[in-house]
Design a protein around this ligand. Structure first.
Ligand SMILES: [Zn+2]
Length: 298
């Protein structure tokens, strides 16, 4: 309850600034509600999704509470997501695995996605916490860091993406699908204690944050979203994220969200999104600038 009270002004702001307006923008087009449009209008065979595996084998992201690397979680989940998309008919889906040092790999993965003329870019990550939150415990004879304070997924888009409206829209579709499967997003990115990792919660209903500086979201020439699928520094959630059931649930949510998005967007054709242009740009133009290389997400 305390957390909710602290969140309330931000939620109200997000609602006021346009969450509901944006939902209306795409939910009602000339052909009626978007859900009805969805199943018939998506050209699965032509629509290309790039599923990006966050981090690299050489620079594997954050360790989990039990000392396993984020990259391995990302690779497992992204591979399953790709399989689900292929099974749903999205035959052009590409799993993007990048190697090398962290920052260099960011530009490499963006270049690859741009080269592939993808219609949608989804980067898969698993969350950690700032070092100051870490507590110590022993697991199988080794001392490890953990924090059970936060759990849940979070979704990020950049207002500097070539198509921020569509990026936000896909983020919302994904958030809705995760929510429909009983999964809750983590609201802690709005908190002051997150420091330079603090984000603007643009959709407080389904957990979509704005994170303009992320390279993979800002320089991709297509709508782009980053999913932190869950917190692996949380000892309980790490186990859950390892389970085939949770991975399958997230894979299904992504696939349904892509279905809905594809139906509205159609492959590589600009300006097919219903609603007023640049809606997301009006949401919060004066968000405080954020540093270029935060830990955790990239
Ligand atoms: Zn990451």
């Amino acid at each position: 309850m305390t957390l909710y009270r602290r969140m309330a002004p931000v939620i109200a702001l997000a609602l006021l600034l346009g969450q509901s307006a944006w939902h209306c923008a795409w939910a009602e087009g000339p052909g009626g509600p978007a859900k009805k449009l969805a199943r018939s209008a998506c050209d699965h065979a032509a629509f290309r999704v790039v599923v990006d595996v966050g981090h690299t084998a050489e620079s594997p992201g954050a360790p989990s509470a039990r000392g396993f690397w984020e990259y391995d979680f990302n690779l497992r989940l992204a591979t399953l997501v790709k399989q689900k998309l292929l099974a749903a008919g999205f035959a052009k889906t590409v799993l993007l695995v990048t190697d090398g040092p962290a920052r260099k790999s960011l530009f490499a993965r963006v270049a690859r996605a741009n080269q592939l003329s993808a219609d949608l870019f989804l980067s898969i990550h698993h969350d950690s916490v700032p070092d100051s939150f870490l507590e110590r415990w022993e697991y199988e004879g080794h001392e490890r860091g953990f924090s059970d304070r936060f759990k849940g997924h979070s979704i990020f888009f950049s207002n500097e993406n070539v198509d921020p409206d569509a990026s936000l829209m896909f983020g919302q579709l994904l958030g809705e699908q995760l929510q429909a499967r009983g999964l809750q997003y983590t609201p802690h990115y709005i908190e002051k204690f997150m420091g330079h990792r603090q984000r603007l919660l643009v959709d407080a209903k389904v957990g979509v944050y704005r994170y303009d500086q992320l390279i993979v979201l800002r320089t991709t020439q297509m709508p782009a979203v980053l999913l932190e699928a869950g917190s692996i520094i949380n000892r309980g959630e790490e186990l859950v994220m390892n389970s085939p059931e949770r991975q399958s649930l997230i894979g299904a949510a992504v696939t349904d969200a892509v279905e809905g998005f594809c139906a509205i967007r159609r492959p590589r054709t600009p300006d097919r999104v219903a609603g007023p242009p640049r809606a997301a740009a009006k949401l919060a133009p004066d968000v405080a600038p954020q540093p270029a290389s935060p830990a955790g997400a990239q």
